[in-house]
Write a protein that binds this ligand. Structure first.
Ligand code: NAP
Length: 469
């Protein structure tokens, strides 16, 4: 496919291969953009932002709604594209495409709900007799830098709210998975968006990233990706707004009163969906000492039932990782844990990009599988003794994106919710759960700012204070 800059589909002599992670075959190519392409996109987006500002809220709603309908019409193609470029099983690819269309509907609705507030200025001694109110206005040009693992829905979480709020948007999709974002761009062009209000620039983040992040005409960066790239973007961004949706090593606590069959089912879906390449994947499982052995006995057959293979084949429950080097990295972390005293309950083998769904037992906090983000299909189980230790272990990390507890005890559940430093807390389900309308984002090094269309619109608008004297 071509990239979309200044209202035109643009090619380049240099291209990037987009490959199927399962077999390495080339499914398409995209242009290898350069910093000069970014500049052209930003200059055009400034004009696009003016065109957006001239639309009424209802017109923005209509365009985004039309785009959502086009997504539904093209759902099969979008779902298959996600699976082909990202490697998740087709059921998950179709699920992501359906969620993405819903994210767009939610965003369209938010276009009609952007309000300010009136202020009683007489509450301050200087304010008697004055009338005050706030206006929410678009930031102008918003940049969306997105990761490989949800190549459509996470792009929609930025594009939908940015346009709903009246901004122009520049998308920089992950180089492994740019096709879904380009197809979304095509949909917005077909839906009648002002042509310069959307730009999609493909190319290596290491080469074109700084040209986006450092440009003062970009007034807001919404980034989803790894912690280190996020920190780099913050360093070069200068004086502009940023939202950072970063990584995690999410903890799941199992108290002695939990229903272990339910926990095992939740752990499988929470730890191994998309081959564990989800920012809120369950990575650190802390099982109470009373049920530790029984839990592992319940989890092992459920994990072993995850058949791996070609994600397009029916019956396959888990596909490949995005790159062979990532599967090799997961393997080296598993081997490091084993050499430091952990044991493999199941898995621990690699075939190309496919890493067998893996459970490690007796994991210690200093092992890489516990203290770094593994972002792959392996989780570690450790023993805990009581709610206080559970909370301490959950908090023993630089991250804080999602945390979960299984218990029937309301006091334990509430204590966990209050004391664990995490942007999302789940009681009686795993860490990997999200409704696209909820406020979603991390604490600590998992990032700052919230997504979910209502909350992203707040992040992508500015407040002006008006005082009538
Ligand atoms: P990544 O390597 O950080 O890449 C994310 C995006 O940043 C890609 O588009 C990448 O482009 C771009 N990029 C790379 N270097 C850049 C630079 N110097 N300046 C600007 N942009 C740059 O992350 P990933 O491997 O795609 O995704 C996995 C990570 O995302 C995990 O850590 C995961 O936890 C996190 N994540 C977080 C959330 C959340 O909501 N909190 C959701 C999903 C994923 P290239 O592809 O061209 O390098």
């Amino acid at each position: 496919m071509k990239m979309y800059i200044a209202g035109k589909w643009v090619d380049k002599a240099q291209t990037i291969d987009v490959t199927n992670p399962f077999d390495g075959s080339v499914i398409d190519t995209v242009p290898r953009g350069e910093p000069s392409d970014v500049e052209a996109a930003i200059d055009s987006a400034e004009r696009g932002a003016k065109a957006m500002a001239a639309l009424s809220a209802y017109e923005r709603y209509q365009i985004i709604h039309r785009a959502a309908n086009l997504m539904l019409e093209r759902l099969d193609d979008l779902g298959r594209t996600i699976t082909l470029e990202e490697g998740k099983i087709l059921a998950e690819g179709m699920g992501e495409a359906a969620r993405a269309a819903e994210t767009m509907v939610l965003s369209a609705e938010e276009a009609k709900r952007i309000t300010g507030e009136t202020l009683d200025l007489s509450g301050s001694s200087a304010g008697a007799g004055k009338f005050g109110f706030t206006l929410r206005v678009p930031c102008g040009v918003v940049a969306a830098i997105t990761p490989f693992n949800f190549p459509l829905n996470l792009v929609c979480h930025k594009v939908g709210p940015a346009l709903a709020a009246g901004n122009a948007i520049i998308i920089k999709p992950a180089s492994d998975t740019p096709l879904s974002a380009l197809k979304l761009t095509e949909i917005f062009v077909d839906a009648g968006l002002p042509e310069e209000a959307i730009q999609c620039v493909t190319g290596s983040g290491g080469v074109i990233g700084d040209a986006i992040s450092s440009n003062p005409k970009v007034r807001k960066i919404s980034f989803t990706g790894s912690r280190d790239v996020g920190e780099h973007i913050c360093q070069v961004a200068g004086l502009k707004k940023v939202t950072m949706e970063l990584g995690s090593n999410a903890p799941l606590i199992i108290m002695p009163d939990a229903d272990l069959e339910k926990v095992a089912a939740a752990t499988v879906s929470s730890g191994f969906a998309n081959a564990g390449q989800v920012c809120i994947s369950t990575q650190r499982v802390f099982a109470s000492k009373e049920i530790y052995g029984d839990f592992i006995d319940a989890l092992k057959p459920a994990v072993e039932a995850l058949t791996t293979g070609n994600p397009l084949d029916e019956g396959v429950k888990m596909g490949p990782m995005i790159r062979a080097q990532d599967a090799e990295r997961v393997d080296s972390w598993v081997q490091e844990a084993v050499s430091s005293g952990a044991s493999i309950v199941t898995g621990g083998t690699r075939e190309g990009t496919i890493y067998a769904p893996t459970i490690l037992a007796d994991v210690a906090p200093e092992m890489k599988v516990a203290c770094d983000e593994i972002f792959g299909p392996a989780l570690g189980v450790s023993r805990i003794d009581g709610i206080d230790q559970a909370i301490a272990m959950a908090n023993d990390t630089n991250y804080g994106l999602s945390a979960a507890i299984f218990t029937e005890n309301l006091n334990w559940a509430l204590k966990f919710a209050q004391q664990v430093d995490s942007g999302n807390i789940h009681v009686n389900w795993g860490t990997q759960w999200r409704a696209d309308l909820m406020p979603y984002g991390g604490l600590k090094e998992s990032g700052m700012g919230k997504e979910g269309p209502k909350y992203a619109v707040e992040e992508m608008t500015e407040t002006k204070m008006v005082v009538i004297h």
